[in-house]
Design a protein around this ligand. Sequence first.
Ligand code: PEP
Ligand code: MG
Length: 535
Amino acid sequence: MAKLSPAATVLKGISLVRGIAFGPIVRLDTQQLKGARAIESPSAEKAALERAIAQAIAELASLIERCEDEQARSILEFQVAFLEDETLTQPIFESIQRGQPAETAWQQGINREIADYQASEDPYFRDRADDLKDIRDRVLCKLFGCELPKPPLEGIVVCKQMLPAQFISHSWGEGGLVVQHASPTSHLTLLARARGVPVVAGIEVDAIGEAASAVLDGYEGLLILDPDPSTQAYYEEKRGHDRREAEQAKPLLLKPAVTRDGEPVRVMVNLSHQTELHWIDRRSIDGVGLVRTELLFGALGRVPSEEEQAKAYGEILCWSREKPVTIRLFDVGGDKSLGHASAESSTSFLGVRGVRLLLRHPTVLRTQLRALARVRHMGKLRVMVPMVTLPEEMRQCRKYWEEAISEVKVDGEDTEMPPLGMMVEVPLAALSIEAFDADFFSIGSNDLLQYLAAASRDEPELNHLLVPSPAALNVIARVVSAANSLNKPVSLCGDLGSEPSYVPLLLDCGLREFSVAPDAIGRVKQSIASYGRKK
Ligand code: PEP
Ligand code: MG
């Protein structure tokens, strides 16, 4: 096995999309576009800008036509709608009438909008500022008669920021991306994850200096500059190993998971977006163990209506058919937002988030529970409460849930009351699950580990503390054994379960039900297949 050379220059960032890429460094110039054109009369300037906007719309429309990814399409459609919005363009045309050149009026007008979005308290709107920059540059290019910069097919693209449409219009091959600014819920991240392009964020572009090539380690969030032959060999081997693992896992993908001793283990999937339904093979899973509803509607920037929610939940239940679907109530706060509902949420992982926030917004909670009650006859629904700390929080949620069920009538009145379960991710709850009125439990190891270790999950410096230490495994084993004594189902839906090397440790804790990331199903099944009881 090759070795990672200690002499290599390693920059540490945050892993946004897992995977490995290597090759030449490609620096994308994200400077504002500049160009020279002769300034004409106000009416000719206005006509030039109108032409540029029409050309940009036509370009976006052709991208939409070629786009197979629903999420990407909705981003592009948002951009077209923005360009067609006269409330945006009217003041810009008025500035031109007053004598401003087309490009100045355009840039000033859009930059004002961008500044408003960037000043928003809500991370959703801050992320959407990227879409506006994209529109600004696309129209400017049309005015100047130039092209938006396109990264080449191979290599590690490095930039301060990449706009969603720029990402979409590029075919990524085997490349990877290093961006200074991006968040786990930004459009860019979701698009890259869907396409399997490894991404690391939080690395200062200037720190890369004159390096010519790099390895991007999207598992650990590392960028290794000008790797020496032994580092290069180490990562080639690692990437080869990942690919072999993925290949070997293929035959197991559609089979039920069993240990070497023939003990069955349930493997479910975590969903964050409807588009995932298009590429996950339903036959490969035992159900949906977690739907992160706050991400499902993250792109809306507001709390979805009962109608919108019922439609989305119904789609997942229909897709899953007889297999259970666990829909988690909005887990807003920490690094996740949902427009207005987040206004009072805390961006601290120790703050007002999850059920703490929901109980402060009964209207939002009632709307979500009514939407769930409306679709309860469409499949095997389970409802799950996030960030539970006290038994009283579960009692209140159950009261709201029973109210929603009694208010909302559905076809087939004999539909059973869907179970109401809880995430076990706060240590206080993990150490006393017997006290909670929950029909099932799901261990949220991402949060549980950060709270046990007092180490924030978004702090790259502390990643080494967020591992299944013997103490953390003790807590997990305690939860499993308490749930078994109560005769209630227990699973684990945090990312520990998606890491094949941790799966045996979790099986040792007694877990026999996992809910994992869509791209981990095969590898986790393989790890289960090679697990045998210690003699
Ligand atoms: C967890 O905390 O492990 C979990 C599954 O929830 P999230 O990652 O959405 O906080
Ligand atoms: Mg959590």
